[in-house]
Design a protein around this ligand. Structure first.
Ligand SMILES: C[S@@+](CC[C@H](N)C(=O)[O-])C[C@H]1O[C@@H](n2cnc3c(N)ncnc32)[C@H](O)[C@@H]1O
Length: 399
């Protein structure tokens, strides 16, 4: 029997007329929604037309509940837990403003009920979030795969997938406990985009954060910004926003994860944004020497082991043109800021319970020194959206 996926894949490959019929998500969504369980209708987008509403009220309301629960777990209960950690640390004779080593924090916290209930709530919020999304999208798996396939060869913009790419083991983890991670779930792009929106308490809907970030991406001193690359681009929200700021520039995004890129390409194409996405490694990008004016990396490096980060930084230096700018936005390392005891505990939660496998190694590294060692000239007061939180560094390739 020909299933929907085969049918759509074949149709897209055989005739351009049929391919163009399904080239827009609107077209394929019209077909897709006929197969939805508990379908009500195509539910449109959120206010600015950038993020499709979830197809079923049930899925959307469960996600809204999860976001509320996470908000409460972080902001209400989470703050109570943080105060408790700092109190306990202070009672034990440490200065809670500058965390003692994590083993000491854990010893002092012991089995404190407030702290561990807070850990349970945050972890549960994360688990419910992914489960809701995976269940919801997989209930209509064929339809979503069909719309991805229909979009793969559509434009504007290009999508280059590489089925024979050798995927490094360190990228295969289920970071943030997302089932399948960035690589192993064909619907991972959908799951990631909506999940991150819940995780960031709505900062990802309408691509708000990425558009704010695109607005502060630094340009080289000579003002030339004709070619731009975002490494570890995920679902390509940053290149999309950068294209809106620099409509004439040649915009690229690369990522190891095909599911992320396919979803990103579909969204960019339906928004009429001519960007190029490619499944390539940040440490071996295949671009020519001196070929980009600006390279960005948003929250990539805390997910990369230090030895691989060094390779990525050399690659960035190689592909930037002299005078070109590198703008990596990520968490501060311990060489930049010492966290409070509660901050340190929460980072430990992220590592252990949220499966941020490489983040402790990243925070222990001296990222500024790594950039310098790679031959980049670092500036430490780069534009930033929130100085307290982000590393606010940029670097230039010397002439
Ligand atoms: C936390 S996500 C950030 C995604 C994106 N920058 C954003 O704004 O949401 C990290 C991304 O980096 C990708 N990645 C990790 N290591 C990589 C590598 N060596 N080369 C290319 N992409 C990589 C992952 O697949 C994932 O999509």
């Amino acid at each position: 029997m020909i299933d929907r996926r085969t049918l759509f894949g074949a149709a897209a490959a055989v005739t351009s007329a049929v391919a163009s019929l399904f080239a827009s998500r609107q077209a394929s969504a019209a077909v897709r929604t006929k197969s939805l369980s508990n379908d009500i209708e195509v539910r449109g987008t959120y206010s600015e037309g950038r993020l499709e509403r979830l197809p079923e009220m049930d899925m959307e309301s469960r996600l809204e509940f999860t976001q509320g629960f996470r908000n409460w777990s972080l902001r209400n209960f989470g703050r109570k837990s943080s105060r408790r950690i700092n109190e306990l640390v202070k009672e034990a004779g440490f200065d809670p403003k500058v965390s003692p080593p994590i083993d000491d924090v854990l010893d002092v916290v012991g089995d404190d009920l407030t702290v561990w209930t807070s850990v349970r709530c945050k972890t549960t919020a994360q688990q419910i979030m992914w489960n809701n999304l995976v269940d919801g999208f997989y209930a209509n798996k064929d339809g979503y795969l069909a719309e991805l396939e229909a979009a793969d060869n559509s434009g504007p913009g290009t999508l280059e997938l590489n089925a024979s790419l050798s995927i490094p083991d360190y990228t295969k983890h289920e970071i943030h406990i997302q089932p399948g991670g960035y690589i192993g779930d064909p619907l991972g792009g959908y799951v990631y985009h909506y999940g991150v929106n819940v995780f960031t308490l709505d900062l990802s809907s309408e691509d708000v954060f990425h558009r704010d970030l695109a607005a502060i991406v630094p340009v080289p001193e000579d003002g030339k910004m004709e070619r731009f690359l975002d490494i570890g681009t995920g679902v390509a929200q940053l290149p999309m926003a950068v294209k809106e700021r620099f409509p004439d520039a040649d915009i690229w995004g690369i990522d190891v994860g095909a599911p992320m890129l396919r979803y990103g390409h579909m969204r960019a194409a339906e928004q009429g944004l001519d960007i190029n996405l490619a499944q390539r490694l940040a440490e071996n990008s295949g671009f020519e020497d001196n070929s980009f004016d600006v390279v960005t990396a948003y929250i990539l490096f805390h997910e990369v082991p230090t030895e691989d980060a060094k390779k990525i930084l050399s690659e960035v230096r190689r592909i930037l043109r002299p005078g070109g700018v590198f703008f990596p936005v990520d968490f501060k390392t311990y060489t930049q800021v010492r966290p409070s005891a509660s901050g340190r505990f929460n980072q430990w939660w992220d590592h252990v319970y949220n499966n941020e496998v490489w983040t402790e190694e990243y925070r222990d590294s001296d990222f500024i020194q790594l950039m310098t060692d790679a031959g980049l000239v670092v500036t430490e007061d780069a534009p930033t959206l929130q100085k307290r939180f982000w590393n606010s560094v940029m670097a230039t390739k010397p002439a």
